[in-house]
Design a binder for this molecule. Sequence first.
Ligand SMILES: Nc1ncnc2c1ncn2[C@@H]1O[C@H](COP(=O)(O)OP(=O)(O)O)[C@@H](O)[C@H]1O
Ligand SMILES: N[C@@H](CCC(=O)OP(=O)(O)O)C(=O)O
Length: 377
Amino acid sequence: MSELVSARPEIGGARRVVVKVGSSSLTTLPGGLDEGRLSALVDVLGAARAAGREVVLVSSGAIAAGLAPLGIEGRPRDLATAQAAASVGQLRLVQTYADAFARHGVTVGQVLLTADDLTRRSHYRNAQRTVERLLTLGVLPIVNENDTVATEEIRFGDNDRLAALVAHVSHADALLLLSDVAGVYDGDPRKGPAELLDTVRDPADLDVVTLGTARRNGVGTGGMATKVEAALIAAHAGVPVVVTSTTQAAAALAGESVGTRFAVMGPRPRARQFWLRFATRPRGRLVLDDGAVRAVRERNASLLAAGVTGVVGDFLADDPVELVGPDGVVVARGLVAFDARELPPLLGRKTSELDPEYQRELVHRDEMVLVRRPSLG
Ligand SMILES: Nc1ncnc2c1ncn2[C@@H]1O[C@H](COP(=O)(O)OP(=O)(O)O)[C@@H](O)[C@H]1O
Ligand SMILES: N[C@@H](CCC(=O)OP(=O)(O)O)C(=O)O
């Protein structure tokens, strides 16, 4: 009975799966890349491919894999050393994957992405086309952040959110987040007894959960918090998620009740809406008066200059900005039609009073998405 209730057909039956594996599952600090564990994962993914499923692998581990060959002890604190380690380690990581997948007759392709590739609309479409073409050619894409060029300011840093965006970009049917821990517990299992959550159906289910960061001096980066954030992004984008340990990957892919499942929390949004809400980084804020908040929230209206009382930030036309109410709460995100420096003389004025070149919406409705859960945006 419990078998029937808890089995996960939406995962077991998923045709296209994004699998994310963390540094802690593939590397150890003194030893670097652990080829035994990597090859065990490849065996699982190779079997999935043989069964006719499409797999996109998001793999961390470049930095950790580059430390031992360079004789560096401990995770580097400065960005330049981490980038040098990633440069050496990514090569070893992908070569090891290529050899291991070749034993299953699977060709791999490397896809290195910066945050910019997913936060700029034109780049996002480009990444989408590349991944799609790799999959139609039967190639298994191996994705990582392009650590060697990503600057501190724009880095994802951990690969969990990257994996959620890749799940959307690649129209995945399911996302598997693999780590060194069996799933999401109500507290950090390293710190004492904790209970494993079976299913998260709503962000409120996580109210009981304390999320710790990654192990200090370990190879992972984000801890469970970044995995939960990523799982919620994917679930809101209509993609079911399982968070579990790498050793349980085969069972999770088979739809067995291992780890923590995040049920789908919304319909798949249009690509543009998803991109605006989750992939963009706001470059500034527009402060709305109460009437404008109501118009945007309740009447699906575009944002006009008349309802804006303040401008924060130094953005350019077409940049993503947050629309906040008088209380500072984020109401929506959108692409703004003017540069920040053009706005002050327009604020609070009716469209008909403005010069003809400014008689347009500040943020058009089609370029806007409401933010209901600000913590996720
Ligand atoms: N509530 C929690 N449930 C599960 N794990 C947690 C929790 N809080 C903190 N953690 C820790 O998060 C770690 C996984 O994060 P991290 O090391 O960044 O993994 P990875 O390298 O696989 O991305 C686990 O080893 C675990 O100890
Ligand atoms: N892009 C980095 C990922 C950093 C990292 O450690 O991420 P994760 O193990 O997923 O928390 C790398 O390959 O080293």
